[in-house]
Design a protein. Structure first.
Length: 749
């Protein structure tokens, strides 16, 4: 028999030791992440009294895969819409904390006499608090329901996003001789370009693909498809100069907007746990006791830096974002530790060969110490606030409570801000799509068509095809929001607003024309004046084209439907063997377990109604429902979704029953996005079908499948409608129903 590869032996050692250590840490109520790190330390070559991992390179590769799947799972829990709904407060807090802690880390590194690159990476590590550790601490302390805990979790989500950006920027900085502003700005713009491009294209294509194949995809297929998309985006990310982890995160955030997000999260979790455990074990393998002894003083000072820095800068950051002093202190004190992203950033520095080897074990040691101190820091926030409140003058406390950078501007400013923000967003997104389409056409289509047609004919065909491809995008740049409520309100509000509004249209015409000019300039040798004229004429034709308008609207509606499909689906959906088994006399008779599918047609029916004995000749001996077992159920026992039933019968009978259970399920609704419920106000018309009729006679519920929730009678709240009350002309009623049913009511009113 052939010898087992070292990888299998190493994995066996890692997983067994990690399993034992994490059980101990679970008993001690400590984060499992620390258990993995300790397990890595125990199986590392630095521990002379235990077995050691042999092939560290293969384990490192598995660790990199672990990072990728960790960030893929993080992306599945992330939503761009959630961040937008948070407002400015968490964004201000996050940017302030990350900037202050990064600068503090860089200064601290320089004071230790470490190299410039060591100091920069140290700053990045110190700026990242641990989402896993803080979430676990809140859970253990019973604080997850408190308001400040929600604020902290919002900031931690944004910190994780900034960590992804920081990793890309640090990679760019490490590639140059020294970091400069232009290089960093270029990195940020490159990140923004590809992030917007991938997200928009991904949201447009992937939900449509999953929806089209919904009937064909089971859990196994969905897992393979999801991990395949994750790895594909990771490869694409590395091709354009980013890390594989960044691409995995982007794909996770795209899939987070689909209806299948919850299923994917559950399916991916075991894979993430396995590879994540290997990654954190590989982190612990780099801890060298000799280095820890040599750098004991820097470790101690770094722990103090994190605790004091987060307590001070974290509190100030939450203060300026509009939180009260007490809430800000609770938030700041809660974030006084570093965790998994610090390990990932340290791994990045080592893989790029730009940081010293001592820095990694130092950061791991600092993380372990600050993790143990986290619960005590959270508990210390309230006593520290009480002490400050006693010692500081009352006017100082009042002033600190009133510090904010996130107040809303005045009403007219809000209109301008809203309009300009929407115009800028539309221009940026469609410009990126246009630029990407032009790049693809010139890179792939143009060389291909030049092999078929003469040079000038190929250029003409490529130019025309490119213009047709980007025409809906260019039209959207120029025309979107020109008829919006904000635009009309500002136009009618003051004559001084008309010139700036016209200027916004002209600017967008110039932007759209610039794309046409670039295409002409690349493919032709026309004079500049002629190319400008062609560009303006092409944009003018796009503006007046009705077919382009329909295409643009259809594309945008499809994108918005894909973006909101998860929310719509959520609204629609609401959201051991028995001892007698061996004593059965007939050996053809045995017992088997069956699980009732969550969408089974049997759910809600009694055993008497199902007639299992008369139809299939089987007996239900018990039902396991959650942690409750119902032995010898009677005919009136109701079957629930996900019940586990134990059934006695022959092989043939049980096989037939299994097939029936799998067959009798509700089919998934392929048009679930159209089932969204809406609330609408209806004014009863005099010549319609409802005036003079009672609620029952009107058929609003029975015929139109809608529900009347109240009637307006000049009171603060809606009045309940008596079923016997007749509806009169002019009555204002509020109705809930699906879009098509509401439209039918409008047509007959």
């Amino acid at each position: 028999m052939s010898e087992l590869p070292y990888l299998v032996k190493d994995l066996a050692l890692i997983l067994i030791v990690a399993g034992i250590v994490t059980i101990v840490f679970k008993k001690l109520k400590q984060p499992l992440v620390l258990g993995y790190v300790v397990a890595g330390f125990l199986v590392s070559p630095h521990m002379p009294y235990t077995m050691s991992v042999i092939d560290r390179a293969d384990i490192g590769t598995w660790g990199e895969i672990g990072v990728m799947f960790l960030l893929f799972s993080l992306g599945l829990d992330f939503s761009f819409k959630k961040i937008i709904k948070m407002g400015a407060s968490p964004i201000i807090s996050t940017c302030s904390i990350v900037f202050c802690m990064m600068m503090l880390g860089i200064v601290t590194g320089h004071l230790f006499g470490w190299s410039q690159m060591d100091s920069i990476f140290l700053g990045g590590m110190l700026a990242m608090s641990s989402t896993t550790i803080i979430y676990k601490a809140f859970d253990d302390l019973g604080l997850r329901q408190q308001r400040f805990a929600g604020l902290v979790m919002s900031v931690l989500i944004l910190e994780d996003i900034l960590a992804i950006v920081m990793m890309v920027m640090l990679s760019a900085i490490a590639g140059g001789s020294s970091p400069d502003g232009g290089q960093m700005l270029g990195s940020v713009l490159k990140i923004a370009f590809f992030l917007i491009l991938w997200f928009v294209v991904g949201i447009f294509i992937i939900p449509w693909m999953l929806r089209s194949t919904r009937k064909l995809i089971n859990n196994e297929t969905l897992l393979i498809v999801s991990l395949g998309l994750c790895c594909a985006m990771a490869v694409l990310s590395t091709k354009v100069g980013f890390s594989s982890a960044f691409g995995a995160f982007v794909m996770g955030s795209i899939l987070a907007e689909t209806i299948e997000a919850e299923r994917i999260t559950k399916l991916v979790e075991p894979v993430k746990n396995l590879f994540g455990a290997v990654f954190f074990v590989s982190v612990g393998m780099l801890v060298d006791p000799k280095i820890l002894a040599d750098y004991a003083l820097p470790i101690f000072l770094l722990v103090l830096t994190i605790i004091l820095g987060q307590a001070l800068f974290g509190t100030l950051s939450f203060l300026i974002s509009g939180q009260s002093l007490k809430s800000a202190m609770q938030c700041g004190f809660s974030m006084a530790q570093i965790g998994e992203f610090s390990f990932i950033i340290a791994s990045l520095g080592l893989s790029l060969g730009v940081i010293s080897e001592f820095l990694y074990p130092v950061v791991v040691a600092v993380s372990v110490i600050t993790t143990f101190l986290t619960p005590y820091m959270i508990r210390a926030a309230t006593p520290c606030y009480a002490m400050l409140e006693r010692r500081l003058p009352q006017r100082w406390v009042a002033a600190l409570n009133n510090i904010t950078l996130s107040r809303r501007p005045a009403h007219p400013e809000r209109k301008w801000k809203s309009l300009l923000t929407q115009m800028a967003r539309i221009t940026v997104v469609y410009s990126i799509l246009s630029g990407a389409a032009i790049a693809l056409m010139f890179t792939f289509f143009l060389p291909f068509i030049r092999q078929i047609l003469p040079h000038w004919w190929a250029n003409a065909v490529c130019g025309a095809a490119t213009l047709l491809l980007i025409a809906p995008f260019l039209r959207a740049i120029v025309m979107k929001k020109n008829h919006s409520e904000e635009f009309k309100a500002l136009w009618n509000e003051s004559p001084y607003n008309k010139l700036p509004l016209i200027f916004t249209i002209l600017v967008r015409i110039v932007v759209a024309s610039a794309f046409v000019f670039y295409i002409c300039n690349y493919l032709t040798r026309f004079t500049n004046a002629l190319m400008i004229s062609i560009a303006l004429a092409a944009v003018a034709l796009m503006m007046i084209s009705r077919s382009l308008k329909r295409r643009s609207i259809k594309m945008e509606r499809m994108f918005m439907q894909n973006l909101r499909s998860r929310e719509i689906a959520a609204e629609v959906m609401g959201r051991k063997r028995p001892l007698y088994e061996g004593r059965l006399l007939d050996r053809d008779i045995h017992i088997a377990d069956f699980e009732i599918p969550e969408d089974s047609l049997w759910a809600g029916r009694t055993l008497r109604q199902l007639e299992l004995r008369s139809k299939y000749g089987v007996h239900v001996s018990s039902i396991l429902r959650g942690i409750t077992r119902l032995n010898i159920p009677n005919g009136d026992t109701v079957i629930f979704p996900c019940d586990k039933i134990q059934v006695i019968g022959s092989d043939e009978q049980l096989t037939e029953l299994s097939a029936v259970i799998k067959k009798e399920i509700r089919q998934k609704d392929p048009d679930i996005e159209k089932r969204e419920m809406k609330l609408r106000q209806i004014v009863i018309g005099g010549s319609g079908a409802f005036a003079g009729k009672t609620m029952k006679e009107s058929g609003i519920r029975d015929k139109y499948n809608c529900m009347v929730v109240g009637i307006e009678e000049g009171k603060e709240n809606l009045s309940l409608v008596d079923p016997s009350r007749k509806l009169h002309e002019g009555d204002i009623i509020w109705i809930v129903g699906e879009e098509d049913d509401l439209e039918r009511i409008n047509e007959n009113n």
